[in-house]
Design a binder for this molecule. Structure first.
Ligand code: GDP
Ligand code: IMO
Ligand code: MG
Length: 429
């Protein structure tokens, strides 16, 4: 059975965790394929909230497999902490496999990320060590899970790299001194505890796929944070677009049929970088407060704005979306009017695709189409819409969704009208 990829269509935090959780019920395995603990995926099940950073949403489905693929970067202490927290809540994870080829975030990566972020070239990073770890991977200088769980290989890596990394930290003006002995002791212990989970997930996933199992590939971050296609340099360091699902798992492109976009009914961005439809007025404040727009990983306030079809068309073509999952439609309830950017103008020219440079995107002026707003949905409205389908939505909300789907030429497959698993309207093909 072909695999399905879940991709964030905007700048992350679109609700991928929730959508993955809903779709996981019809899958055999849930697989993370890129990013690390810069991600924060929230899942609300019958009032209980889970915030997953490293773990795929599949860990909350004990009868499914949960896999961390080779394209992910892993902070072993954070991953173990996450496993412990789940166990304390009564959800001990027994269905997890971690790729032996996934790269390890070591303490110097986190310190280097912080030092860079505090310096002159800040991008608003989550300071989780993601960029420096992917940089070492590309430089063929990283440590993988296969070596983390081998004490000899780990000792040799730390011995060879610590003086260099300490030197770079000094050169960046950081006063941080790494205690090599303590670091090695902790990391050896992490390797010991994670060893039972580590395996060749490339072969595992290929086998499962060939056996006809359905794999759900859970993206992290979003299209506009992609290292190649995002708003560079204000991006993350991995391939967040659908192609990353192949390189980050070892599955061939022919194994994938559906690529589902997760897209908020408006737009948000956390961290620095251009955001043409950003609202710095009462409407922006309304979205932030109604949508509870605070980062899941860092707690930072998310910037809010109108939906941007220039960027969504770009995301649709990059990923080849076959289905749209529109989340947080309920948050628009209570606004008098709604706006959607259809194109930009820049220096007197009309633009239908984003320019390459962040400073040019910053200067783009969005041109909007206006829509009628609709009243806040009551609990009774929500239950009725979930039970009977999208035809029960207020008509301005239907017009809004219809416009988006027609502009992108992608069918709507799921609509979120509340944070819970049960606040989801699925549209069967
Ligand atoms: P992710 O990183 O893409 O998984 O998204 P986050 O979990 O960081 O942020 C999405 C936030 O929106 C979370 O707090 C979710 O509980 C919440 N959420 C998801 N879908 C909906 C929805 O349809 N309506 C509302 N009101 N909240 C939602
Ligand atoms: P999920 O999976 C939103 C942003 C950071 C920063 C930039 C680079 O929850 O959607 P990094 O730490 O990756 O070097 O930061 O990317 N960013 C995210 N924004 N959601 C995320 O993940 C993000 N992961 C990274 O804010 O602007
Ligand atoms: Mg998030």
């Amino acid at each position: 059975m072909p695999a399905t990829v879940i991709v964030g269509a905007q700048w992350g935090d679109e609700g991928k965790g929730k959508v993955t959780d809903v779709l996981a019920q019809r899958s055999d395995a849930v697989v993370r394929y890129q990013g690390g603990n810069n991600a924060g995926h929230t899942i609300l099940i019958r009032g209980e909230e889970f915030k997953l950073h490293h773990l795929p949403a599949g860990v909350l489905h004990p009868d499914k497999r949960a896999v961390i693929g080779n394209g992910v970067v892993i902070d072993p202490g954070v991953l173990l902490g996450e496993l412990e927290k789940l166990a304390q809540k009564g959800h001990a994870v027994r269905n997890l496999t971690i790729s032996d080829r996934a790269h390890v975030i070591l303490p110097w990566h986190t310190l280097l990320d912080g030092a860079r972020e505090d310096g002159r070239s800040a991008v608003g990073s989550t300071k989780r060590g993601i960029g420096p770890t992917y940089a070492d991977k590309a430089a063929r200088d990283g440590l993988r899970m296969a070596e983390l769980v081998d004490p000899e290989a780990l000792r040799a890596h730390v011995r060879d790299h610590l003086p260099v990394k300490q030197g770079i930290l000094r050169a960046l003006g950081s006063g941080q001194v790494i205690d090599g002995e303590a670091m090695l002791r902790n990391t050896l212990a992490y390797g010991e505890r994670l060893r039972p989970f580590v395996a060749d997930t490339t072969t595992l996933l290929q086998d499962l796929h060939e056996q006809g199992q359905h794999l759900l590939l859970e993206g992290a971050q979003g299209t506009l944070l992609d290292i190649d296609h995002g708003t560079y340099p204000f991006v993350t360091s991995s391939s967040t677009t659908a192609g990353g699902a192949c390189t980050g798992t070892g599955l061939p492109p022919s194994a994938i049929r559906d690529v589902w976009a997760v897209c908020k009914a408006y737009a948000t961005r956390v961290g620095l970088g251009p955001f043409p439809t950003e609202l710095k007025d009462a409407d922006g404040e309304y979205l932030a407060s109604a949508g509870k727009e605070f980062g899941t990983t860092t707690g930072r306030k998310r910037r809010c704005g109108w939906l941007d079809l220039v960027l969504l068309r770009y995301a649709t073509r990059l990923n080849g979306f076959t289905g749209l999952c529109i989340t947080k439609l309920d948050v628009l309830g209570g606004m008098h009017k709604l706006k959607v950017a259809t194109h930009y103008t820049l220096d007197g020219q009309e633009l239908r695709a984003p320019p390459a440079r962040a400073d040019q995107l910053e200067r783009c002026t969005p041109v909007y189409q206006e829509f009628r707003g609709f009243a806040k949905l009551s609990e009774a409205d929500t239950r009725r819409i979930v039970q009977r389908g999208l035809a029960e939505l207020p008509s301005p909300a239907q017009e809004y969704l219809d416009f988006v789907h027609k502009q992108l030429h992608v069918p709507i497959r799921l609509v979120g009208i509340g944070p819970g698993r049960e606040d989801t309207v699925e549209v069967r093909a």
